[in-house]
Design a binder for this molecule. Structure first.
Ligand SMILES: NC(=O)c1ccc[n+]([C@@H]2O[C@H](COP(=O)([O-])OP(=O)(O)OC[C@H]3O[C@@H](n4cnc5c(N)ncnc54)[C@H](OP(=O)(O)O)[C@@H]3O)[C@@H](O)[C@H]2O)c1
Length: 263
């Protein structure tokens, strides 16, 4: 879908991939609705975006029922949404045997139920117009597993499954569903990743520090939206190729993930 004069709603727009996507979409002539918890950062970003019609809607994805109720009420007051990009999310770096159980709920609430809730609130307006695009930022961790990510991978695999089913259901309404699976992209994701108590670990990691430049990643994502793709993997090095390696050499891949501590 061409982005010019379209309205694009982006969650997780206060940082990293979401922020870069907002800039890229606005460059292509879209009006952007910016969502996340940090209203101050969203407002500062809104004031730097080219073009007009941009809005800030503060959302806490960890409260999916509130997201659904609040946004359903708000929808009639908003411009028609052409593209919904469910990007907001949080990662994890902690071992299953050491994790407090609540960490699993935290990850599912934000990465899965929050995404489902917002999509459920926005989608009926796309169906009514027989036009739209739903995008989900899953992860390479939604296609392959590795240590320290049992909760994160579980939530991102769930997103892939949700999107596959949704795609089948809404194709008849001319709505495209694109699942984006990034590998390592240089953002604050490592700092914000939850530890075994569900608290941000607040430290950098080599894989992310050496990851793909976030603006380049956003450009590739926007190209995929313009081309109405259904699923893409974006990243560099091992993080990009791991999906293919697992598909063709699953036993080797599983052997390696048990040996390697990928951070
Ligand atoms: N960077 C990577 O290597 C990579 C790889 C694969 C997938 N991803 C996925 O890409 C997406 C964006 O991550 P990023 O790399 O840009 O990380 P990031 O810099 O940490 O940004 C995460 C964004 O999600 C928002 N968010 C977190 N918890 C939220 C909540 N409870 N409610 C609403 N918004 C929330 C944050 O905003 P507030 O704190 O203001 O709420 C922030 O805008 C995530 O879904 C992540 O899983 C990233």
């Amino acid at each position: 879908m061409d982005l010019n004069n379209k309205t694009v709603w982006i969650t997780g727009a206060s940082s990293g991939i979401g922020r870069a996507l907002a800039l890229e979409c606005a460059e292509h002539g879209a009006s952007v609705i910016l969502s996340a918890r940090n209203t101050e950062k969203l407002t500062a970003l809104k004031n730097t975006l080219p073009g007009d019609g941009h809005l800030v809607i503060t959302i806490d994805l960890s409260k999916p029922e509130h997201v659904y109720d609040d946004i359903t009420k708000l929808m009639p007051t908003l411009p028609p949404i052409d593209i919904l990009i469910n990007n907001g999310g949080v990662s994890q770096r902690s071992l299953f045997l050491e994790n407090d159980f609540k960490v699993y709920r935290q990850l599912m609430e934000v990465n899965y139920f929050g995404l489902v809730a917002l999509t459920k609130a926005v989608l009926p307006s796309m169906v009514a117009r027989k036009h739209g695009s739903v995008v989900a930022i899953s992860s390479v961790a939604g296609k392959v597993g590795s240590k320290f990510r049992t909760g994160y991978s579980g939530s991102k695999y769930a997103v892939v499954g949700f999107m596959d089913c949704l795609r089948a259901e809404v194709a008849q309404y001319n709505i495209n569903c694109l699942t984006i699976c990034p590998g390592s992209i240089k953002t604050n994701i490592a700092h914000n990743s939850l530890n075994n108590q569900g608290v941000a670990q607040n430290k950098a990691e080599d894989s992310i520090e050496n990851g793909m430049d976030v603006s380049l990643a956003a450009k590739k994502m926007v190209k995929a939206i313009q081309a109405n793709k259904q699923e893409i993997v974006i990243g560099k090095g091992l993080s990009k190729w791991s999906v293919t390696i697992k598909r063709f050499f699953p036993t080797l891949f599983n052997y390696l993930t048990a040996k390697v501590e990928y951070r």
